[in-house]
Design a protein around this ligand. Structure first.
Ligand SMILES: Nc1ncnc2c1ncn2[C@@H]1O[C@H](COP(=O)(O)OP(=O)(O)OP(=O)(O)O)[C@@H](O)[C@H]1O
Length: 224
């Protein structure tokens, strides 16, 4: 029950198999990393887990409930995908308020707290269109965590972040895990994955396999 399960999930678009018979189980409360080259299928996999695409075959179960059968979308989910989509003429707080009003689960103070947690100022009245890429990225992370979701999908969350901000977001992600969230992350940076993830999978042409980074130390020892 307390698992994310993909059972023989495939997705074909226009005859091309983008996800290829993926079976995967992730325990609740884990931080799980996904690596793989550009176009390998990481975002497509996240879309399948978020209920944003329907697999051509196979099932996705989120904590015991089957997507597209028991429910359309996971009940408690926070996501960021590659391009943050905000209402550019509104400020940070108003953007998150607008989104939180859909569910009506949290109050203004909780929104402000999550904006502060990612290092932004909830009292900043400037429209989001004046924000840098990194600031927009931080706001996306604030939006993904603000409702304390059970499941958090972070597709390249460190995009555009400076070194100090990356360390701050590492802490935020670890805090989310500590409160019980299951976090799935993609990144092209080994340090992100090694610092955060307890399990790592590699996606290659739509298939998924457990992955371990090659040990640099071992290679050096062999050379000596
Ligand atoms: N809507 C779509 N229609 C058809 N093909 C798509 C669609 N979206 C993605 N693809 C294809 O699916 C494959 C996987 O794309 P995906 O975005 O999942 O890759 P990714 O691993 O996230 O790559 P990156 O590291 O560049 O973000 C690619 O070949 C891409 O061209």
């Amino acid at each position: 029950m307390s698992k994310i399960e993909l059972i023989n999930v495939s997705k074909k678009i226009k005859g091309k198999r983008l996800l290829n018979d993926i079976s995967l189980t992730i325990d609740k409360g884990k931080i799980c990393g996904f690596v793989g080259s550009n176009g390998s299928g990481k975002s497509m996999l996240f879309r399948a887990i978020a209920g944003l695409i329907k697999p051509s075959s196979g099932n996705v179960r989120i904590f015991g409930k089957e997507l597209h059968k028991d429910l359309s979308f996971p009940e408690s989910i926070g996501v960021i995908f590659e391009k943050p989509g905000f209402l550019d003429q509104y400020n940070a707080f108003d953007n998150l308020k607008f989104l939180s009003d859909i569910q009506g689960k949290i109050d203004s103070e909780q929104i402000k707290r999550s904006i502060r947690r990612v290092g932004l100022d909830p009292e900043d009245k400037r429209p989001v269109k004046t924000y840098s890429l990194g600031m927009k990225q931080k706001l996306s992370i604030a939006q993904a965590i603000m409702e304390k979701p059970e499941l958090i999908l972070l597709d390249e969350p460190m995009n555009g972040l400076d070194e100090q901000s990356v360390i701050m977001i590492y802490e935020v992600i670890k805090q989310e895990k500590n409160r019980g969230a299951t976090v799935l992350i993609t990144s092209h940076h080994r340090t992100d994955i090694e610092t955060l993830c307890e399990e790592v999978y590699k996606i290659h042409e739509g298939t998924v396999k457990p992955f371990h980074f090659p040990s640099v130390l071992k290679t050096q020892q062999v050379k000596v």
